[in-house]
Design a protein around this ligand. Structure first.
Ligand code: 0GY
Length: 297
């Protein structure tokens, strides 16, 4: 009997992804993915809003090799709260091929932050998506931001487009590099050059802001594996800010209730949003290496 039973409508990750037709450039980084549990080894957080399926480090690294990536950036998911043990275990098992983004509370000690750094953590995640977390108050987040900035870390923020106006001032006051998950979750039924996405572009015009042009499967309204409606949004960001964009699979794809993407097909989507080899190399290799492995430059 498993320690945790996943939510009734939770879809498992794709068991047999296809081999991508798009050949990833050498040294490509999957810069947004997660590990879940396994729940009997690394229990899910009591305050979680969902219970996922297990998705182990070994399974993530098998996918990395199958798709043709060289490295991973593993992002702490809300189901593990501020308990980063599953993340650190995966980083340690990666033999230097993964770096991490953790979640911490205001009470985190300097020693704990140092231990996370030694494990390979280079950022913290602030999550504002209401269905996922009860976000910490701004003063706690600001204090955490100031402490991690001193370590040279960045902050990953996750929010929905409709909330950006309310958070804009706080986000632009953050004292370090800020990386936005999934392009700020635009409503892709709107115009990629309309006022809502323009506000996101204005955020990106601050030169400490970066963006993950990720999750067509989450944003698209056009149905499994087409995702055409996401292309103008992603292309606008990739072409306007080519040196501050990164990409990831989002495996094992938390909270997808209608369909589970084939990770190989997600890789095949990359040349639709980064249409030249130069843009692809920046998105997949140069930018994530600069952010997560700067010492290897
Ligand atoms: C993602 C997206 C989601 C979930 C989480 O930490 C999380 O629970 O990030 C989501 O449900 O949109 O980036 O994986």
């Amino acid at each position: 009997m498993a320690a945790f039973v996943k939510d009734a409508n939770w879809l498992d990750w794709h068991p047999h992804p296809s081999k991508p037709r798009f050949k990833l450039p050498a040294g490509a980084v999957d810069a947004h993915c997660h590990v879940f549990g396994p729940g009997d080894v690394f229990p899910f957080a009591p305050e979680r809003k969902y219970t996922p399926c297990d998705a182990s480090a070994a399974q993530l690294f098998a996918l990395r090799d199958f798709l043709g990536f060289e490295r991973n950036v593993i992002v702490q998911a809300t189901c593990h709260g501020a308990d980063n043990r599953a993340l650190c275990d995966a980083l340690q098992k990666s033999n230097g091929k993964a770096r991490g983004v953790a979640t911490v509370k205001r009470s985190v000690t300097d020693e704990e932050l140092q231990a996370l750094h030694r494990a390979g953590v280079r950022g913290v995640r602030f999550n504002f998506v209401k269905r996922l977390v009860d976000a910490l108050p701004f003063d706690s987040l600001r204090e955490i931001a100031e402490r991690v900035a001193k370590l040279g870390w960045h902050i990953v923020i996750y929010f929905e487009a409709e909330d950006l106006a309310a958070y804009f001032e706080f986000f632009t006051s953050l004292p370090t590099t800020v990386v936005v998950d999934h392009m700020g979750r635009p409503d892709v039924s709107k115009d990629a050059y309309g006022p809502e996405f323009d506000l996101f572009v204005r955020l990106m015009q601050r030169d400490n802001f970066w963006c993950k042009t990720t999750c067509p499967e989450r944003l698209s309204r056009s149905g499994p594996e087409a995702y055409e409606d996401v292309i103008p949004f992603a292309r606008r960001i990739v072409e306007t800010f080519p040196d501050r964009v990164i990409w990831g699979t989002d495996w094992p794809h938390p909270n997808l209730k209608s369909h589970m993407p084939d990770d190989g097909k997600l890789v095949d989507f990359i040349p639709k949003i980064a249409i030249t080899e130069t843009l692809q190399r920046k998105l997949l290799v140069e930018n994530p290496m600069r952010l997560y492995w700067p010492e290897q430059k």
